[in-house]
Design a protein around this ligand. Sequence first.
Ligand SMILES: NC(=O)c1ccc[n+]([C@@H]2O[C@H](COP(=O)([O-])OP(=O)(O)OC[C@H]3O[C@@H](n4cnc5c(N)ncnc54)[C@H](OP(=O)(O)O)[C@@H]3O)[C@@H](O)[C@H]2O)c1
Length: 202
Amino acid sequence: MKIGLLGTGQIGKKNARTLAAAGHDVKVANSRGPDTIPADVLETGARAVTQSEALTDIGVAILSVPPTAFEALRELVSTLPEYGVLIDTSNYYPGRDGAIAAIEAGQIEAEWVREQLGRPMVKAWNAIGSDSFSRKGRKAGEPGRIAIPVAGERQRDREIAIKLVDDSGFDGFDAGTLETAWRQQPGAPAYCTDLTLEEMGP
Ligand SMILES: NC(=O)c1ccc[n+]([C@@H]2O[C@H](COP(=O)([O-])OP(=O)(O)OC[C@H]3O[C@@H](n4cnc5c(N)ncnc54)[C@H](OP(=O)(O)O)[C@@H]3O)[C@@H](O)[C@H]2O)c1
């Protein structure tokens, strides 16, 4: 697939490397420009580009940025085609991001992100810690493979995200719509606890 990835930190870097190695056409951008993207992010074939190039002529966009970046990215995200898949990996940490009143008042984090981005989206890769993500990926079918929940309003988007999670070394668990995505946000039993598909479901 043609993938545009924004954010090349701990989560974005691993996805850039693994998804390119799996044969996907991956473009990556950070907030500072292509020249600042470390060489190891690109080692398996991902290409460093600008933010707007990253989201042009792609089928899937993956945002691996802090929630504070969404306001600045909304206009760019609005250029994605209606049928394009948008995946967000973010989590809300008030100590890092500052307090977000709606979430503090009980809004599900994924629904808040969806409002910020103004279009259908999928929440994936948020409920795996960076250490497990970088070290514990396995081939499909290997015993003990960790599962990652995938929530989103459109079933086709979830199916594509689950395939990409699989390509990244983890089982994708279909967690349903964003209304129930509280089950994969910080503090929930499935958040960063390295459960298998069997342990996570049904
Ligand atoms: N770390 C974890 O264990 C973990 C696990 C699951 C999910 N997450 C979530 O996933 C997201 C990314 O986490 P991370 O740990 O990978 O973060 P990180 O290491 O701090 O990296 C953040 C990345 O976002 C980029 N960025 C920030 N604003 C941007 C913008 N406006 N446009 C494009 N790129 C922008 C940064 O680029 P510059 O360096 O150029 O500013 C950097 O590459 C966060 O929301 C985090 O909560 C983290």
